[in-house]
Design a protein around this ligand. Structure first.
Ligand code: 6LW
Length: 514
């Protein structure tokens, strides 16, 4: 039986939401303070996902300036109804839900509309289109009486799709199956006339779980599915490769199967660096409701492909070298909080990338001269050939291993106080910088590299026909457990300084062969 390997979207791709239109599946994940935001992926088999674009790619669509990397665009839901795609999402601030926005598009590749702000509190918004054409908005928020019900509650209001406003009364749907924990990530599905409400409980970490309730009427009352949790790895031991499983969305296939996309992590010795990733899990509908992974009860690294597909289209993740010859940056690249068009410019045709040095440090909550892509493999090398004719030590450009604005490491080309070129390795934790190494180099153009494995990130420079190792940083330093927040490691190119330009000839991402 043909199989595929999970995660289907490796690296930072949390809170997946999926919908199908004919033979095409569309998936959206959270993007926090990265811009462009809310990446949209397309698939024909649920296994092979191709980036299509982003819901948010114009500054008029969102304001992320001033936000922590882990605030911003959280947990969107994507749905399709009568020729229109709908995305609802929370714009979070201070790790709290703030503003709820609705974006629409005729083509999921874009352009997406400017946001319509919905009068909704809480996080994790979702939409359900019933057979009668009515649309129901759900989300989670703090419960009114937490001591009685537990801390969270799922609520619902009708969405007037034409006017794009919430209308009618608020219905409190459910407080979850495991009352001690916040209930979140609600999605409603209808099956054989029954409304099924799926949710996540236990928080997005080790206790993450999928729970369920059902009702005969869309607005409730919802009765807890006594099998809850329906899917979790909270009971698995350290040898389990996949943890933190939850936050699912379901999709039916043309072949009559149902699959879930789920959030999960792959920790090493209890910490994970790649972020929360998207996994694919088979689901069977029974008289009791959905059964996740019916054969094993858990999310697996190797899973059978969906019926009617071969899983053959999946790229096996070889080396990718970007010479920046294409017009515009590829979809894997993102900046922070806004467009970087005036800071980072590819040269279509001839290739290469100019980074205009900016005084904005990577520790800022603005938009530094910085672009990054996800680290998707534990063992990999990221490298770049980069030139900078710095005239002062305050000018630097290089490669960043970026967990968040408080927690990152940089290997940079700069000059010493005498104006001689050097490469420096710096780590920042909670914003405090420590210089780990400074090595003189002969040229103002060098290759900078970082190698990652289970234990550490090792930084190198290639100059004068030889590699020099600058130093290593233990892998857990970049983990979500150490840094907090919701994001995974990104590998970035950046430039800091009052004036000057760095020139990047290429950037290469090279996973180690298993
Ligand atoms: C997401 C929520 C969550 O909105 O993390 O803990 C938030 N759970 O479902 C950010 O991904």
């Amino acid at each position: 039986m043909p199989t595929f390997s999970n995660p289907v979207l490796p690296g930072h791709h949390p809170d997946p939401s999926v919908c199908r239109v004919g033979e095409d599946y569309y998936l959206v994940t959270s993007s926090f303070a990265y811009f462009p935001g809310l990446p949209v992926f397309h698939s024909r088999d649920l296994v092979t996902w191709t980036p299509l674009g982003h819901v948010v790619d114009r500054p008029s669509q969102v304001s992320l300036t001033g936000l922590d990397v882990s605030d911003g665009l959280w947990a969107a839901t994507v749905r399709h109804h009568e020729g229109t795609f709908y995305v609802v999402v929370t714009l979070a601030r201070g790790r709290q839900g703030g503003v709820t926005c609705l974006y629409t598009a005729e083509d999921p590749a874009g352009p997406w509309s400017d946001p319509v702000r919905l009068d909704a509190e809480g996080i994790d918004p979702s939409l359900f289109f019933d057979d009668d054409g009515r649309c129901w908005f759900t989300a989670c928020r703090d419960a009114a009486e937490p001591r009685v019900t537990g801390p969270g509650e799922l609520w619902m209001r009708e969405l007037d799709v034409r006017r794009k406003v919430l209308t009618g009364p608020t219905h409190i749907l459910w407080h979850g199956a495991m009352r001690g924990a916040w209930v979140e990530a609600p999605h409603v599905y209808k099956r054989d006339g029954v409304y099924h409400l799926l949710a996540a409980e236990g928080g997005t970490e080790h206790h993450h779980a999928v729970t369920a309730a059902r009702a005969d009427t869309v607005t409730g009352p919802y009765a807890t599915d006594p099998r809850s949790p329906l899917l979790t790895h909270r009971h698995r031991g350290a040898a389990e490769p996949i943890h933190n499983v939850g936050h699912v969305d379901l999709v039916d296939t043309p072949a009559g199967e149902t699959w879930a996309v789920a959030l999960g992590t792959r920790p090493v010795d209890g910490t994970h660096t790649l972020g929360r990733e998207t996994f694919l899990v088979p689901v069977e509908w029974t008289a009791r409701g959905p059964v996740f992974a019916p054969d094993t009860g858990r999310v697996q690294l190797i899973e059978r492909v969906p019926a009617g597909t071969t899983g053959q289209g999946r790229r096996q993740g070889g080396t990718v070298r970007d010479d920046f010859t294409a017009p515009g940056l590829g979809p894997e690249w993102a900046g922070l909080r806004g467009p970087v068009d005036d800071l980072v410019a590819p040269h279509p045709g001839t290739g290469g990338l100019t980074i205009r040095l900016s005084p904005e440090p990577l520790t800022s909550t603005g938009t530094p001269a910085f672009i990054a892509r996800r680290q998707q493999h534990l063992r990999m090398r990221a490298s770049t050939r980069l030139g900078l004719s710095a005239t002062a030590p305050s000018q630097e450009a290089g490669l960043a291993v970026f967990q968040n604005h408080h927690q990152h490491a940089t290997v940079a080309l700069t000059v010493d106080t005498d104006g001689a070129p050097q490469v420096v390795l710096t780590v920042r934790e909670a914003g405090v910088a420590s210089r780990l190494a400074a090595v003189p180099v002969t040229d103002t153009e060098v290759v900078l590299a970082v190698d990652s494995d289970d234990s550490a990130y090792t930084f190198l420079v290639h100059d004068n026909a030889a590699w020099t190792t600058l130093g290593s940083v233990e892998r857990p330093f970049f983990s979500t457990e150490r840094a907090g927040g919701f994001v995974g490691v990104h590998l970035g190119l950046y430039g800091i300084g009052d004036t000057g330009e760095a020139h990047v000839r290429w950037f290469e991402y090279s996973p180690a062969q298993p």
